[in-house]
Design a protein around this ligand. Structure first.
Ligand code: ADP
Ligand code: MG
Length: 567
């Protein structure tokens, strides 16, 4: 339909948009970064599709982003000659503010501007940030390869509806016209725009161009007015990861992170490396500061942005990192892969396995370094991503020990719920004669901490790890040992503290066992329908009796987990 059509956004959209405008207001210049970022993505997509079909370039493969402004009309215009959008794509991409999960997301809003803007950023409101400064936005777009008659005009004032109509558009790509709010006209200014682009978009690998500023005298001359405007590139325009580390400023790394991750916050840390030799690739890997809301969503996006010799190939390339490192963001640029590599090929290519283990090691090393250099930051990392890392030993056998070193637990050594004790620290504190790493597991810290099974350990001064994350018992089932020492659940089976008891203690134990044999028989008789066995224990110091689980039975916490899952 060529006719102009009015369409409504979904119910929550208006609320989301208003919240976003409000919470990002103090950082309003980021609208430009988001629109330039999208234009750059559109160029990447065109280059990629053109690998198979050169005609999509329509005779012009010089991709760029152009920024214009008009002081009198109070507009800023961002144009690109990237992939563009069809009518259906416009409706899908620009007509859906609220994504699945929006209602739940809105409930998480706190009213605290800083927290909210972070949440908003995670939600990916990129394009709509235009409405922070504009009270009306026009989008003119045409998909590469489509005829000029299939241009699309989308118009919206940031309220509940938008209009869409077919228009003529000679050039492929997208042009976004922002009609600035009366109090945002500062952006219709060359100097202001240049400085914002330098600040946020310098790392964009294609040129961002603006009309050269004319000297006032020149502007008045009539001859000058008739000349075609001259444009100049205002960003560095080389792919950031191809530059040498020493030339890249911290701020540039951070901005690049925002571009690849669609996260508004700073990353926690990053690692930029070039590998040469049998395989030749560059990687730039980031650890986000906060866990994304869909970290535990199986279909949540994960993986790296894949480039082959600087040409963008795909987003979310999952093959380069294991599942338990799914929080890592970044890029990998291979010099060896073919430009027409596909997901299917990636799954089969043995070189990918080699890259994957290289990149995995890179991330684990980066975390190890952070833990050594900045324990406080590492604790923050652990709070956000520790539970995901605990999936590691089951998935990545080869790196088991390396991963285990990164674990942090609560322990009777501190008796605090903070998980900040490493296994290495535990092993260092082990008692003479102790050959096991003891742990107690329960559904929360307080229950675990006051377990009667801990009594004897406390008395003897033997440290016990206190586990209370949902995945902990499952984790222990996959760990077996650390540094040659087995893990032992203090609530399981007949606990032999053999080497840790003194001769006198052993003697006293034998005597009390003899003395209590009659009681034991009576208890066995009385409870024979309810329990598998009754034993005398030396584990308890204050409590008269306790229930234990058989050595090979499921732990109590694991059983609860299974029950919850309906097993
Ligand atoms: P994101 O960039 O995180 O996907 P945005 O809100 O920034 O989210 O953009 C939404 C979608 O709109 C993009 O994924 C893309 O498909 C489309 N889009 C936005 N800007 C452009 C553009 N300049 N050219 C082509 N498509 C675009
Ligand atoms: Mg975007």
């Amino acid at each position: 339909t060529a006719q102009k059509e009015t369409r409504g956004f979904q119910t929550e959209s208006k609320q989301l948009l208003h919240l976003m405008i409000h919470s990002l207001y103090s950082n309003k210049e980021i609208f430009l970064r988001e629109l330039v970022s999208n234009a750059s993505d559109a160029a990447d997509k065109l280059r990629f599709e053109a690998l198979k079909d050169d005609s999509l370039f329509e005779g012009n493969s010089e991709l760029k982003i152009q920024i214009d402004f008009d002081k009198d009309a109070k507009t800023v215009t961002i144009s690109d000659n990237g992939i563009g959008m069809s009518r259906d794509e416009v409706i899908e991409n620009l007509g859906t503010i609220a994504k699945s999960g929006t209602a739940a997301f809105l409930q998480n809003m706190t009213g605290d501007e800083k927290k909210d803007s972070h949440l908003i950023g995670q939600f990916g409101v990129g394009f709509y940030s235009a409405f922070i400064v504009a009270d009306k936005v026009d989008v003119f777009t045409r998909r590469a390869g489509a005829p000029a008659s299939e241009g699309v005009h989308w118009e919206c004032d940031g309220e509940a509806e938008y209009t869409i109509e077919m228009v003529e558009k000679a050039d492929r790509g997208t042009q976004i016209v922002l009609h600035l709010k009366d109090d945002q006209t500062e952006f219709a200014d060359g100097w202001r725009l240049r400085s914002v682009i330098k600040k946020y978009s310098d790392h964009i690998s294609l040129p961002v161009v603006m009309e050269k500023e004319k000297a006032p005298a020149e502007e008045e001359g009539e001859a000058a007015a008739e000349q075609a405007p001259e444009y100049e590139t205002i960003n560095t325009a080389t792919a950031l990861w191809t530059r040498s580390r020493s030339d890249i400023k911290e701020e540039e790394y951070k901005e690049f992170y925002r571009h690849v991750s669609h996260d508004f916050s700073d990353p926690m840390t990053w690692s930029h490396n070039r590998v040469e030799g049998k395989l030749d690739y560059t990687s730039l890997l980031y650890i986000p500061a906060k866990a994304p809301f869909d970290l535990y969503n199986r279909d949540g996006s994960r993986g790296l942005k894949l480039y082959v010799q600087r040409t963008f190939i795909m987003d979310d390339a999952e093959q380069f990192l294991p599942m338990y490192l799914r929080f890592v963001k970044g890029i990998v640029d291979s010099a060896d892969l073919s430009l027409n590599v596909s997901r299917e090929i990636l799954q089969k290519d043995p070189n990918i396995d080699a890259m994957r283990s290289g990149l995995t090691k890179r991330v684990l090393d980066m975390l190890e370094k952070m833990a050594k250099k900045d324990p406080e930051q590492y604790n923050n990392f652990w709070k956000e991503f520790g539970e995901v890392l605990k999936e590691g030993p089951a998935e990545d056998f080869a790196n088991k020990e390396k991963i285990a070193k990164l674990f942090r637990f609560s322990s009777t050594h501190t008796d605090k719920p903070e998980q900040d004790q490493s296994l290495e620290q535990y092993v260092e504190r082990m008692k003479e004669g102790q050959d096991k790493i003891y742990y107690v597991a329960a559904e929360n810290f307080n229950t675990a901490k006051s377990s009667p099974h801990l009594e004897v350990f406390r008395k003897k001064g033997i440290e016990v790890l206190i586990l209370f994350d949902r995945v902990d018992e499952w984790l222990m089932g996959n760990m077996f040992e650390f540094d040659g020492k087995n893990f032992q659940d203090v609530a399981k089976g007949s606990l032999d503290l053999g080497g840790l008891d003194s001769e006198e203690e052993k003697k006293a134990q034998e005597e009390s066992e003899k003395a209590l044999s009659g009681l034991l028989e009576r208890a066995k008789e009385a409870l024979k329908d309810d329990v598998a066995e009754v034993r005398i224990t030396h584990r308890l110091t204050d409590s008269p009796a306790c229930l234990v689980v058989g050595e090979n039975d499921m732990g109590a916490q694991m059983r609860r987990l299974m029950e919850q899952a309906g097993q």
